[in-house]
Design a binder for this molecule. Structure first.
Ligand code: UAG
Ligand code: ATP
Ligand code: API
Ligand code: MG
Length: 488
């Protein structure tokens, strides 16, 4: 058992009622999960206020309450601690509770609009192949060296982060690569962690429902670099408009990577094919299975990171040529009749544009590009017309369909997308609400050499409609269609 006073170390406390020299069981922020002797941290959430559940937590056995606003009725025998910021307090307490695992590991955070999962997952692969024990906290999964766990968020809550970092310490992990989302930074999920390095990928339109303005979104990302310690490195994509801005106030060692601008780490693209890309790294030619200029940015970031973490250049380049693409990121299958289907997680305007430009770059000429795309419900609505315009502009045919409608009316989402299509592209577009049928339609429309892009859901193996998640897998669906075509 841990003492409450020990896990409160370095928390900014306003007032204490009761004894802090008490044994506590777990640190919990959801009253529904409270057990005897737990500490309940009340967070002012996005949809409800956790302070409303203080009494419930006490009735279920909580022995201490951490909150921003003290309740009027305090119960005898319960310790109440008023803190300046409950999210920050939770994160610091979570680090203390697990005895600061981030200090015992080389923790690298990856932030930016797109590319976080790709970079973190490739770094995981690279360091595993180099013989290290490695950890990964990503949108797709959490990995403690070789044991996989389900991920629910891109950046989990601070208790979950520290719990897995602690498991990593037990498993002898040397390096952990984690995605740092803007929600994560804003909700202080990464507060109090000791990072050995931070990587910035790029910044473009996303989450403007949550952050309201682009400047606010950008400043949140920057605050991650502002908080890095002097001992860490801060690696930025200097070709990105905001690459420089991110490192303006960091104390960490500033490092840059680029394909175009002068930078500490630079890579040149020599040849692009559907099977991979030939690159030049400081005079050495390397073949990679990764496709698309955006992925070469990701690759440059991982080569730079591996060097900054002390790996030998030759070893890095040898491993780079063996890296496999990440699931649901430009993952492709080719049918027996020679139709290519690409499944990609592009769910932002910039990502969709990059993927379609990549396809147009590697296509040979006469084939058609047929895109199946939708937009998620309960997410940034302003992405919708933009993504529809990009899809219709850069494809020969587009089928708009449902992504994860969540609690929204799927037809409304499609209507909001269609507003973005310019008149000259009207005839290219079609709406098929049901995603399975939309994929089938794309297959029916295509002939030998055509390319079908199924965008937005990548690795996801579910579709969320009205709070219910049913099994759905874009790759599985398109492969079924290809098999059906074969039979007919
Ligand atoms: C919008 C958002 O980020 N919401 C996150 C937030 O939830 P919330 O603030 O809405 O929580 P709430 O329901 O209002 O509850 C407030 C507090 O009361 C507590 N509570 C609530 C009910 C109750 O009966 N008892 C109780 O104690 C809750 O545990 C919570 O502490 O805090 C929760 C606990 O940490 C998160 O699970 C939840 O993620 C939701 C599920 C979510 O969908 N988040 C997405 C948007 C997200 O975070 N995405 C980013 C990636 C985005 C990207 O880069 O693409 C991510 O990092 O995953
Ligand atoms: N460096 C990049 N620049 C622009 N687009 C990219 C880049 N890397 C990947 N993409 C595109 O973005 C999609 C998502 O990539 P990835 O999953 O790596 O991003 P992410 O930042 O982890 O996203 P999320 O915010 O959902 O966690 C890919 O499927 C691809 O279309
Ligand atoms: N991390 C992103 C993923 C979006 C994926 C897309 N398929 C959707 O459901 O909108 C989000 O939660 O906004
Ligand atoms: Mg991700």
């Amino acid at each position: 058992m841990k003492k409450l006073k020990d896990i409160l170390y370095q928390v900014s406390i306003r007032q204490v009622f009761g004894n802090t020299n008490i044994d506590v069981n777990q640190l919990v922020f959801d009253s529904r999960k409270i057990e005897k002797k737990d500490v309940f941290v009340a967070q002012k959430g996005v949809s409800v206020d956790g302070h409303l559940y203080i009494e419930k937590a006490v009735s279920l056995g909580a022995i201490a309450i951490i909150c921003e606003d003290l309740p009027l009725n305090k119960k005898e025998g319960i310790t109440y601690v008023q803190v300046a910021d409950a999210n920050v307090a939770l994160a610091i307490m979570a680090s203390n509770f697990y005895e600061n695992p981030s200090k015992k590991i080389q923790l690298i955070g990856v932030t930016g609009t797109n590319g976080k999962t790709t970079i973190a997952s490739l770094l995981y692969q690279l360091f595993k192949k180099a013989g290290y024990q490695v950890g990964l906290l990503s949108t797709v999964k959490i990995v403690v060296d070789e044991t996989e766990f389900k991920a629910t968020h891109t950046t989990p809550d601070s208790v979950t982060i520290n719990l897995y970092l602690d498991k990593m310490i037990d498993a002898g992990v040397d390096f952990c690569f984690m995605e740092v989302s803007s929600h994560g930074i804003h909700q202080k999920r990464t507060e109090g962690l000791t990072f050995a390095g931070g990587i910035f990928t790029n910044l473009s339109h996303d989450h403007l429902d949550y952050h309201k303005t682009f400047a606010e979104y950008r400043n949140i990302k920057k605050s991650f670099f502002d908080a890095l310690p002097k001992s860490a490195f801060a690696l930025t994509n200097i070709d990105d408009k905001n690459g420089d801005f991110m490192l303006q106030n960091t104390k960490a060692k500033k490092k840059t990577y680029a394909l175009k601008t002068l930078a500490d780490f630079k890579v040149k693209i020599l040849e692009k094919q559907l099977s991979g890309t030939l690159i030049n790294v400081d005079g050495t030619e390397v073949w990679t299975k990764l496709i698309g200029v955006f992925n070469i940015y990701n690759l440059t970031a991982i080569i730079a990171t591996a060097e900054l973490l002390g790996l030998e250049k030759l070893e890095i380049l040898t491993i780079v040529s063996q890296l496999e693409s990440v699931s649901g990121r430009f993952q492709y299958v080719i049918s027996e009749d020679g139709i290519t289907a690409i499944v990609d997680y592009a769910h932002t305007p910039d990502a969709l544009k990059n993927v379609l430009e990549t396809i147009n770059d590697i296509r040979t000429g006469n084939e058609n590009v047929i895109t199946v795309v939708g937009c998620g419900g309960d997410r940034d609505k302003t992405k919708r017309p933009k993504m529809a315009q990009i899809a219709s502009q850069l494809s020969n045919q587009v089928i708009f369909t449902s992504d994860n409608p969540r609690t929204e009316n799927p037809q409304t989402i499609l209507d909001e997308m269609e507003v973005g299509v310019s008149p000259e592209n009207y005839k290219k577009t079609l709406t098929v609400l049901d995603r399975k049928q939309a994929i089938k339609t794309a297959c029916k429309f295509s002939k030998t050499a055509d390319i079908i892009l199924i965008a937005g859901k990548g690795h996801e193996n579910y579709q969320e409609i009205n709070g219910v998640r049913s099994h759905f897998d874009d790759l599985e669906e398109v492969m079924n269609c290809f098999n059906q075509l074969k039979k007919n």
